[in-house]
Ligand binder design. Structure first.
Ligand SMILES: [Zn+2]
Ligand SMILES: [Zn+2]
Length: 475
């Protein structure tokens, strides 16, 4: 056995399986086993169509310098699955693909558990077939045409074909015959209404765009990325719950059950639907096709989703945000629409100041990493009339400082401070825009000069702000 082999140069978007099959034909080997030994250094390997293994060995033996990573990213299904896996899992999948033990790959990706499993198919587009022969002198198996959910060629918007004779040998190395007279084929789907064909074509385009990404998007925790749009479209309640019932019905109306059935993705068929999984905090990977269906339903297309500006430009997500004024009836309700973003001078991290129409405003250092962080409050910037009226009321009712503090969501010192006559305009002074004008506003400094005050407010303010800072950091 040779120490090396000379695989053909892969064509654009050609499956690695297809490259090996072309090598098999060229090398005139009678048995695929012999070819596998030349390519991988062992015949104890299955030339898997979707997520093959032994790729370090393959790239080491190949005289043409193509790194294992390039084979993985451009000629296997890796870029189809990896964006929707947790980072650590994607790394493990890649490591297994490079290793000589590929037995766990499919289970890791969750393919065995999924109903959308068409890994054994070999389909082609009749237009690509002609075009490839003209361009390259031979046809080949395109990766895009084999990906789950692809029924049409995204380049030609044509329904894909499968061979009817000669029938492919599941364990062999099947090439796409070079002459149209050498085989027969039929369309993989027939008699579908045009509307459905258009939808399938759109889905194929989304999948094509996904696998072409140079930098793979991290979409395992899809909920986080799509939450602004879910909110916008009215799928989120004021308490940040997803309206699952509505979310289950609308995509079905959008795609139609016939299409979702074809794609094994009818959310109404099971009690706990994949849509519910997709919009809850990620616990396990959801099939890429289903995530793409949800994305297209929400954004119009995967491209629109990638071009969205809400994540990068909005470290605190999109409006509305909760008002965290414990004195208000709308406490924790998503009623705040104004968020001013500045940068922390020390860390460069974004700081959001959320201003509610009730006069209460608070800030928080970002970016938010989870939905829960929406409810974390950093400094209070202003209290507003509802809060100070409530404070007055508590004092008049003879409540203790401590229970008042509890009732108003601040610490006891703050209550003591404002109950004793300090104007609760701002707990922490906002930076004046024009330093010269700052003296006109009733600043806390004026209050500190009051002769009745025995507490060293300056010191206490400093201590307080230091405490707040520490809590912020801890958060
Ligand atoms: Zn085509
Ligand atoms: Zn409010």
């Amino acid at each position: 056995m040779n120490e090396w082999c000379a695989l053909p140069i892969p064509y654009p978007d050609e499956l690695l399986y297809s490259v090996i099959a072309r090598y098999h034909i060229r090398s005139n080997n009678t048995s695929p086993k012999w070819t596998l030994r030349e390519v991988f250094g062992t015949d104890n390997v299955i030339p898997t169509i979707d997520l093959p293994s032994h790729l370090d060995a393959l790239s080491r033996r190949n005289v043409v310098q193509i790194m294992a990573d390039e084979w993985i990213n451009r000629h296997t299904f890796y870029t189809y699955y990896a964006p929707f896996l947790p980072d650590s899992l994607a790394i493990r999948v890649k490591a297994l693909m490079r290793s000589t033990d590929g037995s766990g790959i499919h289970a890791l990706v969750g393919i065995t558990a999924s109903t959308i499993d068409q890994t054994n198919r070999l389909w082609f587009c009749p237009s690509c077939y002609e075009q490839d022969i003209q361009r390259y002198g031979e046809p080949y198996w395109h990766r895009i045409h084999q990906l789950p959910g692809v029924y049409l060629c995204p380049h030609h918007r044509r329904v894909l074909h499968e061979l009817t004779s000669p029938l492919s040998d599941r364990h062999g190395l099947n090439v796409l015959p070079i002459s149209r007279h050498m085989f027969r084929s039929i369309a993989v789907i027939e008699d579908l209404p045009n509307k459905l064909i258009d939808r399938l074509s759109d889905i194929a385009e989304d999948i094509h765009l996904l696998v072409q990404q140079n930098k793979l998007p991290a979409l395992y925790d899809l909920r986080k990325a799509i939450l602004p749009r879910l909110t916008e479209k009215g799928f989120v309640t004021v308490l940040s719950r997803i309206r699952q019932q509505k979310l289950c019905e609308q995509p079905v109306l959008f795609y139609g059950r016939e299409l979702l059935d074809l794609l094994d993705s009818d959310p109404l068929e099971v009690r706990y639907s994949w849509l519910e999984q997709s919009t809850r905090t990620a616990r396990r990977a959801v099939h890429p096709l289903r995530q793409l269906l949800l994305i297209r339903f929400l954004y119009g297309s995967f491209r629109e989703f990638l071009n969205r500006t809400d994540v990068t430009n909005a470290p605190f997500g999109n409006a509305p945000w909760p008002c965290l004024n414990k004195a208000a009836d709308h406490y924790k309700n998503l009623v705040v629409t104004q968020c001013d973003i500045t940068r922390c001078s020390d860390t460069g991290q974004p700081v959001g100041t959320f201003v509610c129409s009730c006069g209460f405003s608070y800030s928080r250092r970002g970016p938010d990493r989870s939905e829960e962080e929406k409810y974390y409050r950093g400094r209070i910037k202003s209290f507003g009339p509802i809060w100070s009226d409530k404070l007055k009321q508590c004092m008049q009712e003879g409540m203790s400082y401590r229970s008042t503090a509890e009732r108003l969501g601040v610490d006891t010192n703050t209550v003591i401070k404002y109950a004793n006559g300090k104007s609760p305009v701002r707990e922490v002074p906002l930076k004046p825009k024009h330093a010269k004008k700052s003296g006109t506003a009733p600043t806390p400094k004026n209050t500190r000069k009051s002769p009745r005050m025995r507490v060293d407010w300056e010191k206490r303010d400093l201590e307080l702000s230091w405490n707040v800072e520490q809590v912020c950091k801890a958060i």
